[in-house]
Design a protein around this ligand. Structure first.
Ligand SMILES: [Zn+2]
Length: 468
């Protein structure tokens, strides 16, 4: 009896000790990761990138405490494909997500699967139906919150949630549900800069300011979402046709989103979590505004000029580290490079299948080709609208248009706005550039280009706003 009691007590004491060890903060515990993807956020409208409006004071502070990369390009100009490629470090042909209507692959290695294997608790908080449950992304998180509380002004099928609500949900999970005995990975997706540009707070803060008259273009309103040379129907604001108004309103969306990030960063400090958390902020794609010489305004998805594929990347390392300070940050990078780099910074093994580069280990070639693809693989996108497939190599951008096979070539060193098409007298080997695009597209495009949409796919596209 005595022996049994002593054994029982011993087990109890051991149990308490083990439990105590488990909850005590460990110097060996890996840092948390918060990855923020801001939908439709182009790089050049942020303060740290030199934009004259004060759109991003909180992101500017994060960039000062960390590292930001000025030549970072998304693999895709459309939401679903861009996120799938970011998470898996694979091009769309390998994820199977080439546009917005396909589900996230169940069996590919991803940053989520790598972090699960390393013991991380994973939670996702999204703000748009495009990355909600239809995307099947919830299967890759322990907790997934796509409670969308509002609807787009001009498209009643587009459910979404403003940044302050999504950030509040993430903070609540971190405070009450995140396990204390292991690190967490939180993915926050924010939709605010996506049109129509209706910031929940102070939407007119930049209307009429010192920069307001820089843009003089008047652009007619359209009855559809994809007519060249027009303001898409879903973007229309009160019948306005002055481009400067839309640009000012886009910037106010960024400012509103940035304030929500300020709340997040301050709360992490207050909870004592900031130092042990790696924070990365990026986007899925940018947005065309009123770029002279380009044919689609206030749009993205099938366009791969700089304004839709050059996206921000800010990484604030944990525990005061500045390991990325040794990286030549001016080198061109792809969004495929982000997942392996984040895993390296966390000390988590990088899956073998990842195609992107670990920035801390790989030599970064200034001439490395960086491919960016418009959404493709649906009859509507490719055959009706057409989509752009592009590669950037050094200062050159080559674009192949899917609908008519037209080619474009720009030299950003002398023509940053990409308005002078050099394809008639190319200063480089165009065949080699085109081959980069075709290799990245692979055979899957050939298989899908001519396919007919099923009724279910048509319904899904309609729900996403791509088909009427
Ligand atoms: Zn998007």
């Amino acid at each position: 009896m005595k022996i049994a009691l002593r054994v029982a007590l011993g087990v109890l004491v051991l149990g308490v000790l083990v439990a105590g060890l488990a909850v005590a903060p460990s110097a060996q515990q890996k840092p948390n990761l918060i990855l923020i993807t801001v939908d439709t956020l182009r790089a050049d409208h942020l303060g740290f990138a030199g934009y004259p409006r004060d759109t991003s004071p909180n992101l500017d502070a994060l960039a000062r405490a960390g590292t930001w990369f000025p030549s970072y390009f998304s693999m895709s100009a459309t939401t679903g494909a861009a996120h799938a490629s970011l998470f898996t470090s694979l091009p769309p042909k390998d994820t199977g997500v080439t546009a917005n209507s396909q589900p996230f692959p169940p069996d590919k290695a991803s940053i989520m699967s790598a972090l699960r294997a390393a013991g991380y608790a994973r939670a996702g908080f999204v703000s748009s139906v495009v990355v909600g449950r239809k995307s099947k992304l919830q299967d890759h998180f322990d907790h997934f919150d796509d409670e969308l509380t509002t609807v787009e002004q001009n498209r009643q099928s587009r459910y979404e949630r403003p940044a302050d609500q999504t950030v509040a949900a993430a903070l609540k999970w971190i405070a009450t549900d995140a396990p204390k005995d292991r690190p967490f990975f939180v993915w926050i997706h924010l939709i605010d800069p996506h049109g129509p540009y209706e910031a929940p707070q102070d939407p007119d803060r930049y209307v009429g300011d010192a920069y307001y008259d820089r843009i003089t273009a008047e652009i007619p309103l359209s009855e559809t979402d994809w007519e060249p040379g027009t303001i898409p129907r879903y973007q229309a604001l009160g019948g306005r046709t002055d481009a400067r108004y839309y640009v000012a309103r886009y910037d106010a969306e960024i400012r509103y989103m940035d304030a929500a990030l300020g709340t997040l960063f301050a709360a992490l400090e207050q909870k004592g979590l900031a130092s042990d958390t790696l924070i990365a902020v990026t986007a899925d794609h940018g947005e065309t505004l009123a770029e002279p010489g380009h044919k689609h305004f206030f749009s993205h998805g099938v366009i791969t000029y700089d304004e839709t594929v050059r996206i921000p990347l800010v990484i604030r390392e944990p525990r005061g580290e500045r390991r990325l300070g040794t990286v030549d940050r001016t080198r061109p990078l792809s969004s495929l490079d982000l997942a392996p780099t984040l895993l390296e910074l966390l000390g988590v093994p990088i899956p073998d299948g990842f195609r992107g580069r670990n920035l801390l280990r790989a030599p970064l070639d200034p001439e490395a080709p960086i491919v960016s693809l418009g959404g493709y693989g649906t009859k509507n996108l490719e055959q009706q609208i057409g989509t752009q497939f592009s590669v950037r190599r050094g200062p050159l951008r080559y674009i192949l248009n899917s609908k008519d096979g037209a080619q474009e070539l720009y030299d950003s060193a002398s023509d940053p706005g990409e308005t002078r098409n050099l394809i008639a007298a190319p200063p480089a080997d165009v065949a080699a550039l085109r081959e980069q695009v075709e290799t990245t597209l692979g055979a899957s495009r050939l298989a899908t280009a001519g396919q007919q949409l099923s009724d279910e796919q048509k319904a899904a596209l309609k729900a996403l706003g791509y088909v009427e």
